[in-house]
Structure formats: C-alpha cells, structure tokens
Write a protein that binds this ligand. Sequence first.
Ligand code: AMP
Length: 311
Amino acid sequence: MATKEPLIIRDKTQMTKWSRTMRSQSKLIALVPTMGYLHQGHLSLITEAHKHANVVAVSIYVNPGQFSPNEDLSTYPSDFQGDIQKLMSVPGGVDVVFNPKNLYDYGDSDSGEGGDGDGGVGVVSCIEKSGLGHESWVRVEKLEKGLCGKSRPIFFRGVATIVTKLFNIVEPDFAFFGKKDYQQWRLIQRMVRDLDFSIKVIGCEITRENDGLAMSSRNVHLSPEEREKALSINKSLSKAKSAVEDGQVQCEKLRNLVIQCITEAGGTIDYAEIVDQHSLEKVELIKGPVVFCVAALFGKVRLIDNMEINL
Ligand code: AMP
C-alpha cells in the first residue's frame, strides 16, 4: 500500500530548517544519502532507518565531485518520479526527499574564479573546472587509497566531501550506508570518528537479485549477456568463502580462484583483494574477519561487490 507523498525540498536552507524543526520536537533524524535511480537495495536502507529514527530523510543527488571527467556522470541513470513512487512503497515511507540542484553553486561573489589545480591527485575534477569556486575537500588519507581509490583517484574525496556537506545541511542523528560500497561505508565511519560528527553511521547488508547479482543503479546498463556473465562475481565470491570455510586461508589461492572465474566468464578484473574489515589493508593469510572485495568490468559497466568472511 502506498504511503503519503514525501515532502520534496530542493533548497539547503529549507532542508536545515526542516531538520531543526524536527529536532525541536525531539525527533531523531535519519539520513539515507543516495544518487537516485532507486532499487530495493536503497529501500532496504530506509527500512533499517525506520528502526532507529522517528523521521527519515533521503537525499537524491548525483554528486559531480566524485566523478572524474572520463567517468559516467552524464549517463548516470535517473528517474525522479519513479524514485518517489518507490519511496512511497516502503512501509512508513519517507518524510523528506532532499533533491538539491547543485550543492557546489554558492551563488556568491566568491564563485567567479574556479581553480584549475589538480587537488594533488592528478585528475582535475569537473567541480574545479566549473568556475564555481569550490576548493575545499575532505580526505580520509589511508582508506581512500586502496581498492576503488586506485582506479578512481578523486572518488573518495568527492564522497567524503559531499557526505560532510549533507551531514552539515541535514544534521541527522543516524546515517545509513550499504555494505555494497564497503570501502565507502568504512571511510565514512572513519571520517565521522576522526572529525567528531555526532552522527551514528550504520552499515546495511547487501541486497541481491534472486540470482545473486548485487543490486546497483548501474545494472541497467548491462546487456542481458553481460548481466549473465556478471553473475560470476557473486558466484566466485561464494566459492571463495566456502573454500575458506573448508580450510583454505591463503589469499593468493583464493584471489586466483575469483580472478579465473570472472575472467573466464568474460569480465575484466579491476581488483580482487582480500582485506581487513576495518583498515582495508591487504591480508596474505586469513586469521580473522576479512572482506573479499571485487571490481570488474562487463562491457563498459564497472561493477563492485564484496563478501565478508568471518573466521
Ligand atoms: P548510490 O545511489 O549508488 O550512491 O547508493 C546509495 C546508498 O545505497 C549507498 O550507501 C549504497 O551503498 C547503498 N546501496 C546501493 N546498492 C545497494 C545494495 N545492493 N544493497 C545495499 N545497499 C546498497
């Protein structure tokens, strides 16, 4: 049964005002940051949010700050009206959808001269090129470097910065992130700890299609054949997990198993790493909890997935 329509707020000042009104009524506020084109994975975060908070805000904002110029910002899928319908299908719905137009446009006299520096990471982001004058970035120095950070060098400073901006605008008590983006979740947890945000970050389990494919807004770009091949990611991770449970603790062997399975299916590996669940540092021999993280390309579509292995 559809719930009531959420309030849609596009202005950041209005967003803060709403949150402060809620807080003045002693309501606990949850924030679920998303880039839209919602699926069941996003909706599972909202269901979780209802367990912790009295009111739920969902942000829908495709953050240009985390895309390099050669990445898929312009083709990132969107369907705002469809998203609202999906949000209304969640039991309890959501109270607010924060859908700003441009969180890097400050509309002030300072915005005339965009920097063209490379931010120290070798890639000029579209924000810096935009002439809007944004030049402040949040970096989580170690956690941003490995895994996805290797092939996407400005990605995590973009994520940490936009999440900081959203935290400052929405002022939530809780924020919900999917373990599907494991490195992102751990990095935000670290940022919140290091920078003393009074926000509890909650990681939510990966939602999968019936055949095991991790739900992702990008799956829509897969052809039926590519989608079939992409099942090799989850299948090989499950095999690796079973192998660990059967006593195989050598990461080299486990990595080879996954790499071979995905490559044979026609995928191109970006990385397949077994890392510590908190530091995300590489592990050679499994002695405790680890997470096996994979990124692979099927056609032009880059997919990520992971599996926690708790020995
Ligand atoms: P995105 O719109 O891709 O930026 O995702 C917004 C949030 O939804 C992030 O915290 C993601 O980790 C989370 N998310 C995306 N896909 C899934 C999934 N299949 N299962 C659980 N959480 C997900």
